[in-house]
Design a binder for this molecule. Structure first.
Ligand code: NAP
Ligand code: GLV
Length: 328
């Protein structure tokens, strides 16, 4: 019987490749940038398993070119790039990498909140560009984080890890989620409120819900209008959970004080996007989980999911359980 073919179209840790080689023929392209569509589809045609990052869109058009595919293993916790229905229909498993990136992403989320509050990126640019000619009392005045109110939309793994950091800053913690999180209420003193109340009362609104059909533009003009005039909106989930034109308009009209963004509706963000021209907006290039340690753990977790599927086992992080009916 021929060995399963594992397609890895982008760079991942070398030890993960060595691990995978014990279980199949690994078709590895050690490139950082996306390979061409032609090269990708060519690799996919022969693949039993695919390990990919969330920038790779996996839809029916792509899957038509993947007659042998048994699993798509996303190296990310978010999986809005995968058409789960289509994968299930075709009997292909889909997996993600929850948990291992939680603390790292919470660190980054809290750091962009702090950066926006204390104007860190703006002040850094001010000094480096030679604009700092003298010190004066109102130089780069920011907004307190310690003791302020944080509102977390999406109290999941990362939301709760952000709440733990907020507790260390003595913040009042409000949250909105589709289900109550009694554990976070008990341990962290987080208070479950309606979305409206959260938006009205929070100094920092932090979006950490996954992007799904229901959460597209979850925060739009109506929601932003409820926020305090001196509040800051933080998004580390997916760009499309916020109505970006509505956010731009609110910032231009100074209806909120600023924003801190790791994600955008379109990535990489268009260099002409107005958000990039605003000093009160912190803009990072989707690097929530980007530490050496965490990326290694994500890649290994994704690889273990592939190996389980190859061995005929149920991968730990299977997203489409219904697929098991199809492949039994
Ligand atoms: P998670 O544990 O699944 O948390 C998501 C939370 O959102 C859950 O508590 C869920 O509620 C809630 N939720 C889902 N849909 C909702 C809705 N329609 N209304 C209200 N609440 C809703 O996921 P996670 O590990 O924290 O990750 C969250 C997201 O962060 C990922 O999906 C990804 O998009 C993003 N992320 C970004 C980066 C980055 O680099 N910036 C890194 C990692 C993750 P239930 O508990 O009731 O299901
Ligand atoms: C990164 O954005 C992830 O979803 O893991």
């Amino acid at each position: 019987m021929s060995k399963p073919r594992i397609f890895v179209p982008n760079r991942i840790n070398e030890e993960v490749i060595q691990f995978l080689q014990q279980f199949g023929d690994v078709d590895y392209r050690a490139k950082e940038e996306l390979i061409s569509e032609e090269e990708f589809l060519d690799g996919l045609r022969k693949a039993t398993a695919l390990l990919c990052y969330s920038r790779q869109k996996i839809n029916s058009k792509v899957l038509e070119q993947a007659p042998l595919l048994k699993i798509v293993s996303n190296i990310a916790v978010g999986y809005d790039n995968l058409d789960l229905e289509e994968l299930t229909k075709r009997g292909i498993m889909a997996t993600n990498t929850p948990g291992v990136l939680t603390e790292t992403t919470a660190d980054l989320t809290f750091s962009i909140l702090m950066a926006a509050a204390r104007r860190v990126t703006e002040a850094d640019h001010y000094v480096k560009s030679g604009q700092w000619k003298e010190w004066f009392p109102s130089l780069m005045l920011g907004k307190d984080v310690y003791g302020a109110t944080i509102g977390i939309i999406g109290m999941g793994r990362i939301g709760e890890a952000v709440a733990r950091r907020a507790k260390g800053f003595d913040m009042e913690i409000l949250y909105y989620n589709r289900s109550r999180k009694l554990d976070a209420e008990e341990k962290l003193g987080a208070r479950y409120v309606s979305l409206e109340e959260l938006l009205q009362k929070s100094d920092y609104v932090v979006v950490l819900i996954p992007l799904t059909a229901e959460t597209q533009k979850f925060i739009g003009a109506k929601e932003i209008a409820l926020m305090k005039k001196d509040a800051i909106l933080v998004n580390a989930s997916r760009g499309a959970t916020i109505d970006e034109p509505a956010l731009i308009q609110a910032l231009q009209e100074k209806r909120i004080a600023g924003a801190a963004l790791d994600v955008y509706e379109k990535e990489p963000v268009d260099p002409k996007n107005s958000l990039l021209k605003m000093a009160n907006v912190v803009t990072l290039p989707h690097i929530g989980s980007a530490t050496r340690e965490t990326r290694a753990k994500m890649a290994m977790k994704a690889a273990r999911n592939v190996v389980a599927a190859i061995k005929g086992e149920i991968p730990e992080n299977l997203l489409n359980r219904e697929v098991l009916q199809k492949i039994k």
